[in-house]
Design a protein around this ligand. Structure first.
Ligand code: KDG
Ligand code: MG
Length: 405
């Protein structure tokens, strides 16, 4: 058996651009699928997959996953980064899918077998004020979620003109760091007063604060006993994690922006974070994610793989297969699939009462209906692109300074 083709399929059934790699083999009808979704730069990923990886891989034995992973990783000489890693992930996940199909076993069996039947998931509660967030939490509790991420106004910004500051400020998604931090503390005060300490509450700072303000927020939130506080710091500011550790016991989750092994190594080995939440396709697929989970296990750090809407259902399937096999699993972020997504991707993981279950079909257990996928082309469906330009990442502080989204 050998690889006969490597293609990258782009589709947007839920209004978010997704990339899925299909690796075809010489065995009739045998192929694998892998998530390669870097939604802000999909065309660049497709170029790497189809112009560089297909010629490199055609004719090779798809069973040699580790060897092919190293081959792709080193082939461009310069390594890592979201474009190369997503392309690599698309192939890597597809090879695991193929291996499972050949063995007649679901991926979770190849990874050592289940240590739990389903993966606990968290959902998102959002609102314009603390009461609206509380109502959303209560609805999610009704639906069976033990864990809920709570946000005021998404990540706390607003689209529109400058909040205050110089005249003729640039357009953008303006936010005020001080108002945001103050709002979050008030939010959790309200939620704990109304809910008590039963529900597990999470929050994503989305790297919006100045480092010292992130240290203070982690300290101020300590009485509200979060399950975790996510991305209080940008990867570039990670040395400030030591300050957070010295000041509070608020559990810290980090990693969705990591694309290089040196970004997580010290954080795990020095126990500066409690949850590592990489976006699996951004680190190069299942092969490095298994190694990362094993490293984290040795240091008491749990996994919380990134699961936003810009992971394809194929990527969500990879997350959940890992979740049910990793003993140091912490939590799985989940974004609901709309009807179009479940039709385009039959076999997606199922959510029941706050837990996610992987398909028991061989490999990743998920397929793609390519004819249906073609009915959701990128440009017609992707809300975040305005005239080909990504809009929501153009965030600004009140004085007009460009800031992290
Ligand atoms: O494209 C970026 C999103 O995936 C990110 O903003 C979502 O922070 C996120 C999260 O925790 O889901
Ligand atoms: Mg996040």
């Amino acid at each position: 058996m050998h690889i006969t083709g490597v293609r990258c399929i782009l589709t947007a059934p839920a209004g978010v651009g997704l990339a899925v790699v299909k690796v075809a083999t010489s065995e009739p009808g045998l192929y694998g699928l892998g998530c390669a979704t870097f939604t802000q730069r999909l065309l660049a990923v497709r170029t790497v997959v189809e112009d560089y990886l297909e010629p490199l891989l055609v004719g090779r034995d798809p069973h040699r996953i580790e060897d092919i992973w190293q081959l792709i990783y080193q082939n461009a000489y310069w390594r890592n980064g979201p474009i190369l890693n997503n392309a690599l992930s698309g192939v890597d996940q597809a090879l695991w899918d193929i291996k499972g199909k050949v063995a007649g076993l679901p991926l979770f069996e190849l990874l050592g077998g289940k240590v739990r039947e389903g993966a606990a998931a968290y959902a998102h509660a959002d609102g314009r004020d603390p009461q609206e967030v509380l109502d959303a939490v209560l609805r999610l509790r009704e639906a069976g979620f033990e864990h809920v991420r709570c946000q005021l106004d998404g990540y706390g910004g607003h689209a529109g003109p400058a909040l205050r500051g110089p005249t003729d400020a640039q357009p953008g998604q303006y936010y005020d760091r001080a108002a945001y931090a103050h709002g979050v503390t008030g939010l959790f005060e309200h939620l704990r007063a109304e809910l008590g300490f039963g529900p597990q509450l999470l929050h994503d700072v989305h790297e919006r604060l100045a480092p010292i303000d992130a240290v203070r927020l982690a300290k101020e939130l300590e009485p509200f006993r979060l399950f975790f506080l996510e991305d209080p710091l940008a990867p570039e500011d990670q040395d400030w994690l030591r300050g957070i550790r010295q000041q509070s016991t608020t559990p810290i989750a980090m990693g969705e922006l990591f694309t290089h092994p040196l970004e997580w190594r010290a954080l795990i080995v020095e126990r500066l974070i409690d949850f590592v939440r990489v976006h699996i396709s951004d680190i190069g697929g299942i092969t490095p994610a298994r190694k990362l989970a094993a490293l984290a296990e040795a240091f008491g750090v749990r996994t919380a793989f990134h699961g936003p809407g810009d992971v394809s259902p194929v990527g969500h399937a990879a997350n959940v297969h890992l979740d049910v096999t990793v003993s140091n699993f912490g939590i799985q972020e989940f974004t609901p699939f709309n009807d179009a997504l479940t039709e385009v991707f039959p076999g997606a993981p199922e959510l029941r009462e706050g837990y996610l279950y992987p398909s028991a079909a061989p490999g990743l257990g998920i397929d793609i209906d390519e004819d249906l996928a073609a009915r959701y082309p990128l440009h017609a469906n992707v809300a975040q692109f305005r005239e080909g330009v990504v809009d929501w990442t153009q965030s600004r502080l009140p004085d007009g300074t460009l800031a992290r989204p």
